[in-house]
Design a protein around this ligand. Sequence first.
Ligand code: HEC
Length: 261
Amino acid sequence: MSKIGWKIIMVMVLWSSCTYDHFNDIVNVCAHSSLSLTFSVVDASTCAAGDGSISISTKGGVKSYTFSVNGGTYQADSIYSNLKSGSYTLSVKDANGCTTTQIASVNNGQSSLRISAVTTANSGCPTPNGTITISTTGAKDPIQYKLNSGTYQSSNIFDGLKAGNYSITVIDSTGCPTSGSASVASNGPSFKTDVSPIISTNCSSCHSQNQTPNLSSYSTISASGELVVGAINSDMPPGGKLTAQQIALITCWVNNGAPNN
Ligand code: HEC
């Protein structure tokens, strides 16, 4: 082959391995990012008034930060004003493109309704079984409860929940809702005792060195979580599928945020 031909092949090999590693690095950076957010709230004066505000502070990650509320466009301003009482989902993105999210509640000075919640962790696999039980003070019957943008129900107990942050809204006969948030922990499959043994028995012979994705350590397996779930539901391992129970364990672990547990 001509010299030029070899050079073109060399450039293609370098280019493809380089873009793959770059992608993998970003996923890894975010899996181990220290980015977190806190917020302070000024409540609205009445049920209908739009005079509440939220200001967001950021820790960790890499400057500069941008902010989004309720899934809106990311922008530089960290203070949101003219808010009615309710729940707001706050997100921060750093210069690496890593994000973190929390739910803030703006109350109002008119309603005496206050809420609190007790949760149990999700340990169900494949069917989630986390719960949230809501208590109220100062509410006038009838009372109704909802999670996120769901519909109101008369029971104060929600079950079958995945791990994650939920916003809670409670409305009583005064028609003035109060909101809060609750976090369902994950008590699902363990990386060490469930996931790691399945991967090392069925995948590591091929995926520990040159075959991408690398599946030889917690950090590489967690960074490729979504890819792994796709692969075990289609053509991996090549010799025949994992058992339904093994597929469920890995899928639940990834859905729970691939914790190092
Ligand atoms: C016998 C060797 C072998 C074993 C064992 C094996 N793989 Fe693979 N894997 C490959 C090869 C070769 C490819 C690339 C070609 C392809 O996608 O079929 C691949 C590709 C993949 C990909 C990338 C697919 C994509 O869409 O980019 C993932 C993810 C994956 N394997 C996960 C696994 C998991 C998880 C296991 C264990 C449950 C496993 N593999 C077991 C050889 C293997």
